[in-house]
Design a protein around this ligand. Structure first.
Ligand SMILES: [Zn+2]
Length: 375
């Protein structure tokens, strides 16, 4: 009885693949895609947040700079932006605060739980806040839906839709699909876009709006430090029984596991008022460039290099369970077990993670430095 069923499944998977080939060749008739190259084609998932906790990384990057904490500014409306999803409305306070209140004893699965607003408070209109709070709280904002459901490029089909396309960037001369060796993704442009808006608002005297725009720019710069956002596809994750959707899911599994792993480490350190990762974020030197686009590009190139080692290690450390066409997420007991495994791979993995967080922090500090120079 099992055999015909299995055959049916294989056939369905094959059909799924053919349907995709059909869609793609129809959209791009001049772009002959071989079956082999289609097998290599990988999507990255749409709901990934890069860093599940941009707010904590920003917090540690800014912590030693007292000047951001003192300046209190009155909350005002921020202007609309026609480059983002028209259905997106900027929020000021956490829409799900009770559910997202920090609980130091809770392992957060950023995949299963709704961790989008975790640690976010925000201040309501006409309340007082500080530059520090604005930057910390709203460095997560671009993950709240502003880049979803927009038609930007054919390549977004292979980068988790418009949000992925705007939050990722595969550098020139690196292999990725559908356009190998040419740059793919918009994150550096988005960093520049919001940086320019921040400068404009600042010159108009709208301090609150300026720093909200700057927090958005910071987000894209930080995303570039996340190795899964600058490197597309480890070949060993191809799911031959479901080459398209299955492979997408396998990548998603490791990507989510990595986000959840790092975010829980950072939250643990925050609850314990310190640790190695948060210290490296605090101590990181600013990366100095002449514009925010170049800053994002610099970070992307470095994180792409780190990815070549970090992603294979992530596959090894999280284990085979995640190399699956079915959704898998990191459990609390796996997380604890990983923390206790003091082997060579784990140490290297931790070290590389530290490097990526130093990159992210160098980016935040570099961007603020740039803002002070040009505004
Ligand atoms: Zn992002």
């Amino acid at each position: 009885m099992g055999k015909p069923h299995k055959k049916l499944k294989v056939w369905q998977n094959a059909m799924e693949l053919y349907t995709k080939i059909y869609e793609i060749t129809e959209a791009f008739p001049y772009f002959a895609i071989s079956l082999l190259s289609l097998l290599l084609m990988i999507l990255t998932p749409s709901t990934l947040q890069a860093w599940a906790r941009h707010n904590l990384i920003t917090k540690y990057a800014l912590e030693s700079n007292e000047s951001y904490k003192n300046s209190v500014t009155v909350v005002t409306e921020i202007s609309s932006d026609n480059s983002i999803n028209p259905e997106y409305t900027p929020i000021y306070t956490n829409p799900d605060f009770k559910n997202n209140k920090i609980d130091c004893n809770r392992f957060m699965n950023y995949d299963l739980d709704n961790g989008l607003y975790y640690g976010f408070e925000g201040k309501g209109l006409s309340e007082k806040t500080s530059i520090y709070e604005i930057l910390v709280h709203f460095s997560d904002e671009p993950d709240w839906g502003m880049d979803k459901n927009i038609n930007l490029s054919f390549a977004q089909k292979l980068m988790a839709g418009s949000q992925g396309y705007r939050h990722m960037y595969y550098p020139f001369w690196t292999f990725h699909l559908p356009y190998p060796f040419i740059a793919q993704g918009e994150a550096p442009e988005r960093a520049q876009h919001f940086f320019d808006r921040a400068v404009e608002e600042y010159k108009r005297g709208n301090t609150y709006a300026a720093y909200r725009e700057l927090a958005r720019s910071i987000h894209y710069v930080m995303d570039m430090a996340q190795p899964f956002h600058t490197y597309q596809l480890p070949l060993r994750l191809i799911q031959f029984d479901s080459p398209f959707n299955g492979t997408v899911q396998a990548i998603k599994n490791y990507h989510f596991a990595y986000e959840t792993f790092v975010a829980n480490l950072l939250q643990m350190e925050d609850c314990a008022s310190g640790g190695m990762l948060s210290k490296s974020i605090k101590d990181a030197e600013p990366l100095i460039t002449n514009n925010s686009r170049d800053l994002a590009l610099l970070i992307a190139r470095r994180s792409n290099k780190i990815a070549k080692r970090l992603i294979p290690l992530a596959i090894e450390i999280f284990g085979k369970r995640f190399n699956s066409a079915e959704p898998q997420s990191l459990t609390e007991s796996e997380f604890k077990e990983l923390l206790n495994s003091n082997n060579k791979s784990m140490r290297e993995f931790f070290d590389l993670t530290q490097q990526t967080l130093i990159l992210a922090s160098g980016g935040i500090k570099g961007l603020l430095d740039l803002f002070l120079r040009v505004s």
